[in-house]
Design a protein around this ligand. Structure first.
Ligand code: BGC
Length: 475
């Protein structure tokens, strides 16, 4: 659902039927043949169509974290699916702007609830040695959602003038899948124990591990829950010095993920490809190609993440993304005038470079942006901390969605160099501040990761939590 929502808006905002109905001024500007390439879609309302969803997701991730702790991961996912169903209906049937925006807000709440619960769910049910791989299924299905949305847009762009309704309405299919799925899945053992359903938690753990003896793992979960229960105000504990390392890492991973510039491509690829001179059809097709690369390269990271580790993947990708962004910026700067298009050959070189860029994002910052914040918080601040990570992601997704078309209009090709600059900063961040978390059990991060890191260990005093943990372990 998240992926479908990301992928669908770029194509829909390029469809004439949609523009005529809701954005007639943008449509007229699009028709003027000599219009400035970089600026023809620069419209705050058009961007608001895309971005409003992320604003709603940002706000709803905080109530979602409360529901997630109080009622569990499973009901949180159920609530998400209801928002999604409502949102697809409203936006597909929209006759006026307010319906369209209300639909986007409802979808956004779905994303806020879903993105809070699903990565945590995955990290908590996964056996430690496959935690990275299992968690990346989240990202894999985001990319599949984006690809399906691109394919749908390709088909519906030929259905004039209501193809856009089909694009938005078909979201109801995965939403129904999520609804049914959320009724079938088990609750995570951690969440069950945390809410005092100990026996049910043990039973579920046995079921998902497929063995009878789960005592060592179950004991670990119990200790973590016991500590978590003593924390009455998770948001307040999150502000303690010792919570800073995972909090800073969780937030920065998400901020940086967005400043790779990925959503400039994911939301607006069809528009970008039109800008370099492709016709509508060819640009939608190019978006499908980048979508395919995104899916296949995410699979690479499923295999690599628990073997080569998180840091290596992120650093390698920084180099590859920097080179491809700079090359795209360079070509456009040198060759693309405001009213011309690129020669065919060079336009295709841009498509290939976009694929090189997307591939490295797909095996690194895409999945790891979600994985790392979901595995580094101790249980007592996990849902609250992860809510900060989710909302930072949504805030910066919103910023990019709301400003990319205007930034492209004002900065022109320089926009790619702007993102390349950010990639250098994030590379330095990983190099010095991001510890390796491969193979470390989720509830032992503090001892084995933070307390051993040359910089972060300074934040880890032997505080009340540690003393509580020792008392519980001794008893
Ligand atoms: C990001 C999205 C992005 C997608 C692309 C996700 O991890 O959070 O913003 O569009 O990856 O595959």
């Amino acid at each position: 659902m998240f992926g479908y929502d990301i992928g669908i808006s770029g194509g829909v905002t390029g469809m004439d039927g949609f523009l005529i109905k809701f954005f007639p001024i943008v449509y007229k500007r699009k028709l003027r043949a000599k219009e400035d390439n970089y600026c023809k879609y620069d419209d705050q309302y058009l961007q608001l169509f895309t971005s409003s969803l992320y604003l709603a997701a940002l706000i709803s991730s905080f109530p979602a974290s409360k529901v997630c702790t109080k009622f569990g991961r499973k009901p949180t996912i159920l609530v998400a699916s209801v928002f999604f169903l409502l949102g697809s209906g409203l936006s597909a049937g929209a006759h006026q702007m307010w319906m369209l925006i209300l639909g986007r807000i409802s979808l956004g709440c779905g994303v806020g609830f879903g993105n809070e619960a699903v990565p945590l769910f995955l990290s908590e049910i996964a056996p430690v040695e496959y935690r990275g791989a299992v968690n990346i299924l989240f990202q894999l299905f985001i990319t599949i959602g984006i690809l399906i949305a691109n394919l749908v847009n390709y088909g519906t762009s030929k259905v004039h003038p209501w193809g856009w309704r089909l694009s938005l309405g078909l979201a109801a299919i995965p939403a129904t899948g999520l609804f049914i799925g959320s009724l079938i899945i088990p609750e995570t053992p951690t969440s069950l124990v945390e809410r005092n359903h100990e026996e049910k938690g043990r039973k579920t753990l046995k079921k998902i591990r497929g063995v009878d003896n789960v005592d060592p793992e179950f004991e670990q979960i119990k200790v973590a829950c016991e500590i978590a229960r003593r924390v009455k105000h998770p948001y307040r504990s999150l502000m303690k010095l010792s919570s800073m390392p995972p909090l800073i890492i969780g937030i920065m991973m998400q901020v940086f993920q967005q400043f790779t510039g990925i959503n400039a491509i994911m939301f607006y690829a069809p528009i970008l490809f039109q800008t370099v001179g492709f016709k509508n059809d060819a640009s939608l097709l190019s978006a499908i190609i980048t979508g395919l690369v995104n899916v296949f390269c995410t699979v690479v990271s499923i295999y690599a993440v628990d073997k080569v580790g998180r840091r290596l993947l992120l650093l390698q990708a920084c180099v590859q993304m920097f080179v491809s962004q700079t090359a795209i910026g360079g070509i456009l700067l040198a060759k693309l005038n405001a009213t011309n298009s690129l020669p065919k050959g060079q336009a295709w070189v841009v498509v290939v470079l976009v694929c090189v860029y997307v591939s490295s994002f797909a095996w690194s910052w895409g999945p790891l942006g979600w994985l790392i914040p979901s595995e580094t918080f101790p249980l007592e601040t996990r849902t609250a901390g992860f809510a900060f990570a989710v909302s930072s992601n949504m805030l910066f997704t919103f910023v990019i969605a709301q400003s990319f078309l205007s930034m492209m209009c004002h900065m022109r090709a320089g926009i790619f160099l702007f993102f390349a600059g950010w990639i250098v900063i994030m590379g330095i961040f990983v190099l010095f501040l991001l510890p390796e978390t491969k193979g470390v059990p989720i509830d032992e991060m503090k001892e084995r990761v933070w307390k051993k890191h040359p910089i972060w260990k300074k934040f880890m005093s032997d505080d009340a939590d540690d003393r509580a943990k020792k008392t519980i372990e001794m008893s």
